[in-house]
Design a binder for this molecule. Structure first.
Ligand code: TRP
Length: 334
């Protein structure tokens, strides 16, 4: 074929749930990867806000629309560019849901119930174990496979869902003669950003855990001030807790050499945390300040954001529609 002279662009799909403004964990773990792939001309990138996934855990219907817009604003201010990427909202592309239903017939209930991510949610919200939660990874597989995307820039916590996506792709290919890729995760340097509380990863749902892209320098300082520390010296550099969190953030925002310097101090004369925290706050703010400046400009023109989303949904639907038709044909529906 003539087209084969030109290498077809590889597609990329990613999304973040619509739970409000983004924090450093979202930024380093997902958005930075999205930016790298957006700026690589070998890729065609689709980035969405997963508002439908948000419905599976307790949320406020009154706030959802605004929270979805907040993520879009963070995307755009972090540098996602509608000239280069298709930026859209999941629920504006109903083909995802239709595809998810078709995929749901290709996986067993037992397989879904055994997923660690599902079990965690059941533990976290025992009063809210709904079928949407069980279907969560199937909808995510539909998000990705609607674009036949082989590459997904997302956090390490999404790995079990990508495994399900690969299983669904294989099954659909075997059973119906389709040719879905088996998607892999695009890994970024800051794929695991620890919580300021010193326990687990940075998470919106945990009080005092996160620094948001919209936080002022003052707010960052106040938050870091609350991260628990110790006397600043000892025989072994802590691998867990607040001190480990601080050192990890130092590495992510000030570099590995700076972290090593602090580690030596810990084993020697001791770290002065007030100084460490001051420098760290400055370094974090330096990285997010340009994002805040772009956000301020965007906030002046809400209609621009709506135009981006309308255009994004149109472009996304054209691709998703094609995949859906193909799947429906192969399954004997049309
Ligand atoms: N489950 C992802 C998260 O919680 C969000 C998501 C939904 C997603 N659909 C996706 C990520 C498709 C990557 C690809 O972060």
């Amino acid at each position: 074929m003539v087209e084969s002279v030109y290498m077809a662009k590889k597609r990329v799909l990613s999304g973040i749930r619509a739970t409000g403004r983004l924090h450093l964990g979202n930024y380093l773990g997902a958005v930075k990867g999205m930016l790298v792939l957006q700026d690589n001309p070998d890729y065609e990138t689709f980035y969405m806000v997963a508002d439908l996934h948000t419905l599976t855990t307790p949320y406020s219907p009154r706030e959802l629309k605004n929270n979805t817009r907040e993520v879009v604003m963070d995307y755009l201010s972090a540098g996602l560019d509608p000239e280069k990427s298709t930026i859209f909202i999941q629920s504006y592309v109903p083909e995802h849901v239709e595809l998810a239903y078709l995929f749901s017939t290709a996986v067993s209930i037992a397989r879904m119930q055994h997923l660690p991510t599902y079990k965690e949610k059941v533990k976290q919200y025992p009063q809210n174990v709904n079928v949407g939660l069980l279907n969560y990874p199937i909808l995510m597989a539909a998000d990705i496979l609607a674009y036949k995307a082989p590459l997904v820039p997302t956090g390490i916590d999404q790995e079990p869902h990508l495994e399900i996506t690969r299983e669904i792709a294989r099954k659909m290919n075997e059973k119906y003669g389709l040719s879905f890729p088996e998607p892999t995760r695009f890994v970024t340097e800051g794929e695991y950003v620890p919580s300021l509380t010193g326990e687990g990863k940075m998470a919106k749902t945990v009080e005092g855990s996160s620094i948001y892209l919209t936080d002022s320098l003052e707010a960052i300082k106040e938050k870091l001030a609350k991260t628990p520390t110790d006397s600043g010296r000892g025989e072994k550099v802590p691998e867990k807790g607040g001190v480990a969190t601080l050192l990890e953030l130092v590495e992510l925002f000030e570099g590995g050499a700076e972290r090593e310097k602090y580690e030596k101090m810990y084993l020697g004369e001791g770290i002065r945390y007030s100084e460490l925290k001051e420098k760290l706050a400055q370094a974090i703010y330096k990285e997010i300040e340009p994002i805040q400046k772009r956000r301020a400009v965007l906030e002046k023109d809400p209609s621009y954001v709506e135009r981006v989303l309308e255009d994004g949904a149109k472009r996304a639907r054209a691709v998703a529609r094609g995949t859906l038709d193909e799947v429906k044909k192969s399954m004997g529906l049309i």
